[in-house]
Design a protein around this ligand. Structure first.
Ligand SMILES: C[S@@+](CC[C@H](N)C(=O)[O-])C[C@H]1O[C@@H](n2cnc3c(N)ncnc32)[C@H](O)[C@@H]1O
Length: 195
C-alpha cells in the first residue's frame, strides 16, 4: 500500500463530517495522558495528531504552553475554533507526525492520543517525537487496546505499507519551524527522551 495514499485517506477521513462525537468519547483518555505526564505551568507541550484538541486543551487548562498539530487542516480549524470558544491559548499548525516541522528539543512534553499510532511508519513517528522532545522530558501516547477493531485496522494498514517510503507530505504541513523553547524540564514520566 502506498503510504502517501494512506495519509491522504487519513486526512480526507478526518477532514470530512463532524468530529465532536468521537472527540467526546476520546476526551477522558486525553485528560489521563496530560495528568500522568505531569503537564503543568512552566512546561511546553506538543500535541501530535491533536484532532480538535483534547490533549491540547487539557494541557492549556493546566497552564502549559501548547502547540497542537494535525495532518488534517479541517481538524486544525476545528481546534482553533474550539480554543477560541473555550478561551484557551493554543498554537495550531498542520503537520505530519512523520515529519514534524520543529527544531530538535523544542518541547518538554510530546503527547499523542490515538494519533501517532496511526502513522504508517511507527519507527519514523517515534524518532520524530523523541527528536523534538528535550532530554528529561516526556514522550507519551495512548493507543487502541490490543485486539480491538481499531488496533487491528491500524496493524493491517501498516503491514501493507512499504517500510522505505516515508518521505512525503511536506506540502500538507507547509509550516515554519519553531525555535527551541526554554521552559523548565518536568520529571520524566512515561518515556524519557534520550539525553
Ligand atoms: C482518532 S483521532 C484522535 C484525535 C485527538 N488526539 C483526540 O484524542 O481526540 C486521530 C487524529 O490523528 C490525525 N492523524 C492521522 N494521521 C496523522 C499523521 N500522520 N500525522 C499527524 N496527525 C495524524 C487525524 O487527522 C486525526 O485528527
Amino acid at each position: 500500500m502506498d503510504p502517501v495514499a494512506v495519509k491522504r485517506a487519513q486526512r480526507e477521513l478526518y477532514d470530512a463530517g463532524e468530529y465532536y462525537a468521537l472527540s467526546n468519547v476520546l476526551a477522558p483518555a486525553a485528560g489521563v495522558l496530560v495528568e500522568k505526564t505531569g503537564v503543568a505551568a512552566g512546561t511546553d507541550v506538543l500535541d501530535v495528531g491533536a484532532g480538535d484538541g483534547n490533549v491540547a486543551t487539557a494541557a492549556a487548562r493546566r497552564g502549559a504552553a501548547v502547540m497542537a498539530t494535525d495532518l488534517s487542516p479541517e481538524q486544525v480549524q476545528r481546534g482553533v475554533a474550539r480554543c477560541r470558544r473555550e478561551g484557551l491559548t493554543v498554537d495550531w499548525q498542520v503537520a505530519d507526525v512523520e515529519q514534524l516541522p520543529f527544531a530538535d528539543r523544542s518541547f518538554s512534553h510530546v503527547l499523542s492520543a490515538f494519533a501517532a499510532v496511526a502513522a504508517p511508519h511507527p519507527e519514523v513517528a517515534a524518532r520524530e517525537m523523541f527528536r523534538v522532545c528535550r532530554p528529561g522530558g516526556a514522550v507519551a501516547l495512548t493507543a487502541w487496546p490490543p485486539g480491538s477493531f481499531m488496533a487491528e485496522l491500524t496493524d493491517a494498514v501498516r503491514r501493507a505499507t512499504p517500510a522505505d517510503s516515508h518521505s512525503l507530505t511536506r506540502s500538507w504541513s507547509g509550516a515554519s519551524r519553531r525555535s527551541p523553547a526554554s521552559a523548565s524540564r518536568p520529571t520524566p514520566t512515561t518515556s524519557p527522551a534520550p539525553a
